[in-house]
Write a protein that binds this ligand. Structure first.
Ligand SMILES: [Zn+2]
Length: 184
């Protein structure tokens, strides 16, 4: 950010009084423009012991598979966002069961919040951002063609829970390979 979104003046990078890091500060109107991580919401839609995945029709990772997920919008809850993304990407109706994973990616300032969900019927079809939507049996999950590490972590944790379910939320961080559930 170079210019103040409030008054249009050029911003300067400085550490505000009482703060401990650099912020974009407007000396004209005194606004401090805080930049914080973005939240990505997603769902693992399960139907008949199969998982609904979407083949991405947009960059990044065009052509790779993902669960329905995307950036949280203003004015919605995390559950509502996961449901909305599932409709947008797969025209699929889900019912949220529980929180599955919270996955931090400090390198790009994102937090991925993924829910476990029931897929209510099989009347899904690709949304505008998807090339294809289909159900995968657990043994068919295309591990080598998944779009994001956060998705891989979520799906691994789901498989982990199939064996050892203690109902806990799996918490992971990108780059911390030994954290969280291990690959089955
Ligand atoms: Zn300003």
């Amino acid at each position: 950010m170079n210019y103040c979104s409030r008054c249009g003046e050029r911003l300067s990078l400085e550490i505000p009084t009482g703060d401990d890091r650099f912020r974009s500060v407007c000396r004209s109107c005194s606004t401090i423009h805080y930049e914080n991580p973005k939240i990505v919401l997603g769902a693992i839609p399960v139907f008949d012991d199969q998982i609904l995945l979407c083949k991405r029709g947009i960059e990044p990772h065009y052509g790779l598979w993902t669960i329905p997920s995307g950036f949280m919008e203003n004015g919605e809850s995390v559950e509502e966002g996961a449901i909305r993304e599932t409709i947008e990407e797969a025209n699929a109706e889900i019912q949220i069961l529980r929180l599955q994973t919270v996955y931090s990616i400090p390198q790009i300032n994102q937090v991925h919040v993924i829910f476990l969900a029931n897929l209510l019927n099989s009347n899904f079809f690709p949304g505008t951002e998807s090339l294809e939507t289909r159900l995968f049996a657990l043994a068919e999950i295309p591990w080598n063609h998944l779009a994001f590490e956060a998705i891989r972590f979520a799906l691994r944790s789901y498989l982990y829970d199939k064996d050892i379910s203690d109902g806990r939320v799996h918490i992971g961080t990108y780059g911390m390979g030994s954290e969280g559930p291990q690959m089955v």
